[in-house]
Design a protein around this ligand. Structure first.
Ligand code: A3P
Length: 301
């Protein structure tokens, strides 16, 4: 973030949650709303859409390497992933709004990140038939990851203790609203909009190479196999954790003493957090919320 005094971000107070367009939000994602909704997508844009903590950074980095890994090596060593792949709806202090960063991207395609639920995605993406890569993660691990993220990130509301956070998560009272509606919304959209590639975090952990392969088919890329293998190695959890351009260590709003951004990267860490009672309650509610969808998740691999 050259040219910006990002250290000032350390001083900002935590934001409050409020209802906005039917979901819980903080002002960082609503202050630039009109410009977000009027964003002019292009047919070759690629929108990386996720519920927070589903593996956004992982897939962003894979796409960045697939498209620009060879053509722009300096990009890999000098530009953090969150600057290469702007976060569309952000209006953080000090740094330019996500829309502006996306507008100014010099690359083709432009890789753009959003956490907006499907009904709030700027309509130009659908009108332009832009490609959408959606990553979903099972609700339990997603909750655990989100809890640790909220604790370490002063740009997020205060999460309280684990049981308070979990209760709020079940009620959809966290930034970007309920997990259930988010994952189901994009799943439903796939039925009428064929340019969505729906990926599961658990599949990525199980076999990253296979998912890179599938991404290439969706994107129509004929990346040589050696290159795909190299990318698969570079995006391994341990490599990304070591890499200052992908581990968010350059981001001043995150306190790594509380929790690193690249925390565990596992399927099943929820078992270290949920009590038996919490798990039963969660499952009961989950069954209700997910009873009308064909969408299935694995909480173990
Ligand atoms: P954990 O907190 O469970 O470790 P997002 O990028 O959407 O914010 O998601 C962050 C989550 O994805 C974190 O989960 C992070 O560790 C995990 N993650 C990021 N890169 C990963 C990788 N290469 N392999 C496995 N998990 C990864």
């Amino acid at each position: 973030m050259e040219g910006f005094d990002i250290s000032a971000l350390k001083q900002i107070p935590r934001p409050e949650l409020f209802e906005f367009e039917g979901i819980s939000m903080t002002h960082y994602f609503t202050d630039n709303w009109e410009n977000v909704q009027n964003f002019k997508a292009r047919p070759d844009d690629i929108l990386i859409a996720t519920y927070p903590k589903a593996g956004t950074t992982w897939v962003s980095y894979i796409l960045d390497l697939l498209y620009f890994g060879n053509t722009a090596p300096e990009r890999q060593t000098s530009l953090p992933i969150y600057m290469r792949v702007p976060f569309l709806e952000t209006a953080f202090p000090v740094i330019p709004a996500g829309v502006k960063l996306a507008d100014n991207l010099p690359t083709t395609p432009r890789l753009i990140k959003t956490h907006l639920p499907v009904q709030l995605v700027p309509k130009s993406f659908w009108e332009q038939n832009s490609r959408v890569v959606y990553v979903a993660r099972n609700a339990k691990d997603n909750a655990v990851s989100y809890f640790h993220f909220d604790k370490m990130n002063i740009g997020q509301p205060e999460p309280g203790d684990w049981s308070t956070f979990l209760k709020n998560y079940i009620d959809g009272k966290n930034v970007f609203g309920p997990w259930y509606d988010h994952v189901c919304g994009y799943w439903e959209k796939k039925k009428t909009y064929s340019n969505i590639h729906y990926i599961f975090f658990e599949d990525m952990v199980e076999d990253t190479g296979r998912e890179v392969e599938r991404l290439c088919s969706f994107l129509g890329l004929s990346t040589p196999s050696e290159e795909k293998e190299r990318i698969t190695k570079s995006v391994h959890f341990d490599s990304m954790k070591q890499n200052n351009m992908t581990n968010y260590s350059t981001n001043p709003v995150m306190d790594f003493k509380i929790s690193p951004f690249m925390r565990k990267g596992k399927v099943g860490d929820w078992k270290n957090h949920f009590t038996v009672a919490q798990n039963e309650q969660f499952d009961e509610h989950y069954k209700q919320k997910m009873k009308n969808t064909t969408l299935q998740f694995r909480t173990d691999i």
